[in-house]
Design a protein around this ligand. Sequence first.
Ligand code: NAD
Ligand code: GLY
Length: 368
Amino acid sequence: MAVIPVDVAARPYEVRVAAGLLAELVPHCRGRLRKRTVPIVTDRNVHAAWGDVVEAALRDSGHEPHWRILPPGEATKSWDELAATVNWLLAQEVERGDHILALGGGVIGDLTGFAAAIVKRGCQFIQLPTTLLAQVDSSVGGKTAINTPAGKNLVGAFHQPSLVLADLAVLDTLPERELLAGYAEVVKYGLIADAGFFSWCDTNGAEMLAGDQSLREYAVAHSVAHKARIVAEDERETSGKRALLNLGHTFGHALEAETGFSNQLIHGEAVALGMVLAARFSASLELMPKSSADHIADHFASVGLTVRLSELGLDCDGQALAAHMLHDKKMDAGQLPFVLMKGIGAAFIAKDVELSQVAQFLDRELAG
Ligand code: NAD
Ligand code: GLY
């Protein structure tokens, strides 16, 4: 088992990574489940796949799980589901010192974490991430949010979990498409500041995706350790360090917005293509060698991710895509910071990018 500390100032916690953690849930929680009843939020798919394991783990240790089972999908991160979940937690008589379990992908983690942040001005929660994306990214670092008609993740709170248990066994039931989408966030850490890890992905990524457990443990633990370091240094994204984690997200977000946050392009797929676009844009500005941008695209293509904007069949121009970026929550005094690259493992924040330049670049990419 890998154990990664997340040394946030107020309340440090651990991320534990190993196969079989859900079945051993209660001992891993080490006294955090202090009442017989345990509130647990999940979605229908995860409940169908892992509900029995969690139910048995809790009951065998004398607990009674109280389930809240939500519809799967991004639409669950809504005001309505937040309000209903908060009301449900209040009806469960959750106290500040109690722990709510969030069993699911980023949708369940973000919604439950936000509910935990606001119930009684903040109670405890434990992340039990069940997608690769949630294990390597969303369950760690304390960003919680819902979506509103004005955009994605625009309402939320920083609220750290008190423990994260990333059970590698859950990845066996994850649909292939979701696994690949999560892989984009793994590779992201290599592209930001760890060329050695990108090379590791080049060599081992396909085998890891195919199911090799020790490679999975290494990929998840290494990714979490990278994220934990950044979060410990810049928990609230104020120094610019944490903003590097948004590599590929500004381009990706524009693509998600243009495709209506639909199943046409799920978050990790948009981030993968977004990172390729960030690399190609960096190369077009002669910030990084074109060969490095091609290497990144070739790697994502080799595992089956889309790397060409022209392949999405979008009915829009570069200006329309750039316009979506104006709604980004990272806008600062009318300027949008972009994460660009000087090379593989050398991402940086550029604050002087003109959106018209981006739009022209995207026009060329849309044309193929
Ligand atoms: P998700 O939570 O929608 O899960 C993807 C799908 O897989 C769902 O249909 C779910 O039911 C299913 N699923 C989950 N685990 C499964 C399993 N083990 N077996 C079978 N099916 C399973 O998607 P996601 O990619 O995990 O998360 C995306 C969300 O995360 C977005 O809302 C995004 O904004 C958010 N996010 C948050 C952060 C953060 O720092 N808080 C970071 C990145 C992404
Ligand atoms: N997923 C980006 C962050 O946690 O900051």
